[in-house]
Design a protein around this ligand. Structure first.
Ligand code: FES
Length: 355
């Protein structure tokens, strides 16, 4: 079960004009709970103007770096990201949820793999974690990064990536693609999309030789690259992707809310061994929202169907989910749902967070 602990901030480092990275102090007793895998994220919680605000941010460190650090890019109108970029400092403390997420593949020092990643903007954050972990843990593997940004001065972790190129010369290739700054070649100007991927495959990578692809950026980029790779015959199992987790605020992906066929229902929830029951009175509410109305403290972070923090097993009844960017087909098959996206379709729904 994900859990919050109050952690002190060790360092707030400015990465670009619009982005800071924040490192936390993890007391010895809590270190096992904050062990993370490359590519995972943390949910941060604090009170801003008397209101609780939660946001999820990807970890930018590798598990072998010995530090727990996330990157926070300032978003226009983003309450938490503006606070973090303008006010947060070493010595402050935040509630930090234990790490979550499955944007990774298992590493093995015996592997001789070829990894290719496509990242845009702050989508670099989990990709940097994965890239460092691969280079550190798999001495015979190679990594190629295509990284899209507006201009050179908005490239997050620019120096760190350059440092890695020198440290892992011959095993790490980095190609910057800039949309608002002219580069010497057309190949590296514009946005990363399916067409550009075709050009990269003609000149820089052979899709048949790539073992794993990692994609992180806006939804349109992810879908375009994924579909183009699938069209080239790449096995979908090799394509791993993560939508931007940073800054999700609950309004994201609420596409189907109006169409959701919800019914008035009784909901029974089991969490941490305790069970309780309550009515869902508004068809607009998801199970999570209905539970919050009666004061239940269920785990959640993004409220956008992305982070998987609100996952629970449906033991009885049926639900309709508005969006699902987090559950794998085998989890759906096993009856797992995202409670932040689920509307009851039957008069009684029984949900277990402990399964
Ligand atoms: S809270 Fe993130 S998927 Fe439900």
């Amino acid at each position: 079960m994900p859990k919050f602990h109050h952690l002190k901030i060790k360092e707030v480092r400015r990465e670009t004009d619009e982005c800071v990275s924040v490192a936390f102090e993890v007391p010895e007793a809590l270190q096992p709970e904050y062990q993370f895998t490359q590519g995972q994220h943390l949910t941060l919680k604090t009170e801003l103007d008397g209101e609780e605000v939660r946001r999820s941010y990807s970890i930018c460190a590798s598990p072998y770096d010995g530090v727990l650090r996330v990157a926070i890019k300032k978003l226009e109108g983003g309450r938490f990201s503006t606070f973090a970029n303008e006010k947060l400092k070493a010595g402050d403390a935040l509630d930090v949820m234990t790490p979550m997420g499955r944007f990774f593949t298992e590493l093995d020092p015996a592997n001789e793999k070829s990894y290719v990643a496509f990242a845009a903007g702050s989508g670099i954050t989990p990709v940097l974690s994965i890239m460092k972990a691969v280079l550190q843990r798999e001495p015979k593997s190679e990594f190629t990064l295509f990284y899209g940004n507006r201009r050179a001065d908005t490239i997050i972790f620019h120096e760190e990536i350059e440092g890695l190129k020198n440290e892992y010369m011959g095993r790490l290739s980095v190609h910057h693609v800039l949309s608002r700054e002219l580069q010497g070649s057309d190949l590296f100007s514009g946005r990363i999309d399916g067409k550009k991927l075709g050009a990269f495959c003609d000149r820089l990578i052979d899709p048949e030789e790539v073992d794993e692809y990692f994609l992180c950026g806006p939804e349109a980029m992810i879908h375009d690259i994924r579909d183009t790779l699938a069209g080239m015959g790449v096995d979908k199992k090799k394509i791993h992707f993560e939508l931007f987790v940073a800054g999700l605020n609950g309004k994201t992906q609420k596409k189907k809310k109006a169409e959701a066929q919800s019914v008035a229902a009784t909901i029974r929830i089991t969490l941490d061994g305790n069970s309780f029951e309550f009515p869902l009175t508004s068809a607009e509410d998801t199970i999570l929202e209905a539970a919050q109305k009666v004061g239940a403290n269920l785990p959640f972070a993004c409220k956008g169907g992305v982070c998987c923090t609100c996952r629970a097993k449906l033991l009885e009844g049926d639900v309709e989910m508005e969006a699902n960017y987090a559950l794998e087909p085998d989890e759906l098959e096993a009856g797992y749902i995202l409670t932040c996206q689920s509307h009851p379709k039957t008069g009684r729904v029984v949900v277990d967070f402990d399964s």
